[in-house]
Design a protein around this ligand. Sequence first.
Ligand SMILES: [Zn+2]
Length: 483
Amino acid sequence: MRIAVGGIRHESNTFSPLHTEYTDFWRLYGADAQAEGATALAAEQGAELVPTLVAYAYPGGVVRAAAYRRLKDELLAALEAALPVDGVYLDLHGAMHVEGVGDGETDLSQAVRDLVGPEVPISVSLDLHGNISPALVANVNALTGLRTAPHRDGTETRCRALALLVRAIRECLDLEPVLIKVPLLLSGEAVMTDVEPARSLYARLPAMAQEPGILDASLLVGCAWTDGPYTTASVIVVGAGDAHAARKQAQSLARDVWAARHAFRFGHETAPPEEAVSLAVAAAEAPVYITDSGDNVTAGGAGDTTWMLQALLAQGAQDALVAGLFDPVAVERCAEAGVGSALTLAIGGRCDPQHHASVTVTGRVQHLGRGAHEGDGAPTMATLVCGGVTVVVCVDRRPFAERATIAQAGVDPDRCKIVVVKQGYLFPDLVDHAPRVIMALTPGATDLELERLPYRHVPRPIYPLDRGLAWKPCCASSSTGNR
Ligand SMILES: [Zn+2]
């Protein structure tokens, strides 16, 4: 049994002023392109994996048309060379948006289907933040999504997608995926799978997949920062030979997701930016971590807005750290000045100057450094002490998700009173060392106040933009595969 493996994975934030380029993608070819964890499973199942291209990039702005075309051409050429195959496994995200193309997964799955023909089964793994089009579901035979946020089950999910495919091939199953789009716009921060109501909803999926006639069940909450026509929550149930059973299960879950819509809440305390700073200054705990949630670089934020820096400076915060700000020009200025030098410079606000200005600070360069795996060369980070506020400027968008990465900027976060990071929910290593976490509701490309975002393409009506909406899954548009 020969199974081709490939994929282009990206979570595209259409509100970001930046674009995602070809060089932003890690590209794995040949033997490297075997999805993580799949090799052992394939060996166990007696399947031969035929790698094509697996490409993935950090969440960011819309993918450039030329970048996508090039990646797609490379994947299709490798797939064509691999034919004939018994099945295709695609490792996708679900929220890729391509300049001039729109939904990337719709386009890619169509191209793969056209190439392999109608008889070859295709199975797809997806991120829980994918926005799913009916066309994607119609183009493939099986789909399964991550079941944890923050994500911990990537390998498990890829293996599940592959196992579904192997089973479909071996048992000649006619798989029938059912999709129900639930008209809900949910930020990732409101859906943590260890917090209710998500915990109970996700806990049902394994049992649903064991029901007669059902092979798999997924709940994808979608990516609210991709302003596209398929941006909603989605329920997907894969049935085999019993479309009625799959539809019934999907409707039951969709109904309960909709019923829980008012109950999705943030996992941390929240406050507007100025209040977040005053709460942190007055707090008995230290360090207080403040997440700059509207400019969350792990969800595609530009990483250079200065709302939090301005609030810290305005309130005269002491022992405060901003880790970090994306500003290659400022890194270069600090490097030219050298460690110990004082300088006045504008920092941040370069990506979208029309909507967000830089802030001028005077400070002393305390540290020039590079990340652990960045080798030698020009500094990639500069640490600038501006009175009570220390700012780390970086040549790229960095989440500083671990204390060790903050330490690489020459600052011990445990000794700070306030640490600001450009994240949404705080990453686990920091949570473990944060006696208090405040999620600052800053404006930006990952604004958690969804009503503030200039949506133009999401399907309407949708909750919470259209609050009085009544909805039932039986009235919803749904799609049954295949093709
Ligand atoms: Zn995700």
